[in-house]
Design a protein around this ligand. Sequence first.
Ligand code: ATP
Length: 466
Amino acid sequence: MAEITPMDKIVSLCKRRGFVFPSSEIYGGLGAIYDYGHYGTLLKNNIRDAWWKAMTQMRDDVVGLDSAIFMHPKTWAASGHIDSFEDPQVDCKKCKSRFRADHILEEFGIGADKMPVDSINKELDKLRKEKKLKCANCGSTELTEARRFSLMVKSNLGSPTDELKEENVVYLRPETCGGIYLEYKNTLDSTRMKLPFGIAQVGKAFRNEIVARQFIFRTREFEQMEMQYFLHPDQMKEKYAMWKDLRWQWYFEYGMSENDIRWYKHKKLAHYASEAYDVEFNFKSLGGFKEIEGIHARGNWDLSQHSKFSGVDLAYFDEKTKEKFIPHIMETSAGLNRLFLMFIDQAYTEETIGENETRMVLKLDRRLAPIKIAIFPLLKNKPELVAKAREVYDSVKSKFMCEFDDNGNIGKRYRRQDEIGTPYCVTIDFETLEKGAVTVRDRDTMKQESVKVEDLNEYFKEKLVK
Ligand code: ATP
């Protein structure tokens, strides 16, 4: 029997407990597209809110934006996406599997980031001659040359009777920052922001990824959490270091340790960039460190290009120094779905309890847990217990995301809540009716304590609100 991998366990948990489902499953699924169920939506929203709080609520120098997915087609001509947002693709002639050529080279220790296709093919030829080039799926040596494959996803707007003429082609945005550049001027004119300042946004992005077999790590529809920080070039060094540090600390605040994350410094930079680092997380489910967020110093290329293509002057005038210049940009760009996988990967724990029982528990940070408190009547068939449990539930649910559960024995209910990462379970029993006290059980320690019903809200405020 095939070994059950850490990824198998996570995929199974996500489906079984309603975190993530393959999209359109009743029609056989749709490659690399996923839906988020009840607990998945709650967890994703909590991660998004934690990012948003750190990036806007806690900062005087960052404002928010929610720009449209569709943008004027010239946006992507200006940014260079139409010409060059592509990956090199290789196919196996025998089993028709598809691979990213740069990933194949990287497996042989050849850095292929931003390598032109001609050079990639030369490297592939060398491996072919050394008889090292084989299909990872079927072992065949019959692999095609690398070809450029655009990641842009096309759509059309306008009259549905029009065929997809060139002028009707619009693209689903491949990253959210495009909207930020286009709204830079409106944001500047409508807020009291002065340089340096940032614009943050969370939203969907679409990429026609060649290879997408790593569950929600790499999908064709995903969400990004991006912040573009506009500044004078003299401020870049200091602000880059500041944001690098802030983003690093954010991961620690939400439970990561030195063993979990590391920096990757890009060796090859885009022609306009001066510095680029990625945060990488050590995924158990993916067998090692992979990118979760990029922090890039992008020069003034983005706003210069949009100035040029739109004919609108996007230069900034500094009232104090009387200097006029196109702002430089540093960005932080994280994938929300990748962080979702990261948090589940890190929280997934199997513990042996008693003789030979295994407890599966998601040790998520309490602020991220989908459900904060589960409320149980000890017995389902005792109306007085159920009524009291409902009363307790009603008194806490307006403050915390709660769940009422009277299904199965208490042990089963604990397991169910452990698997979705609920930090606290509250049981209403006969003592509650007699003495007004409930039993609160802690997810991580499994310790139980007695708390008076009237003290519950205060108790949880202390435990759950930071
Ligand atoms: P990769 O090298 O993994 O393809 P990238 O360098 O192209 O990623 P960026 O364009 O820098 O990624 O995007 C910023 C972030 O968006 C990434 O760090 C990642 O978290 C997320 N992201 C990018 N592509 C995808 C995808 N196809 N699915 C899910 N998340 C993605």
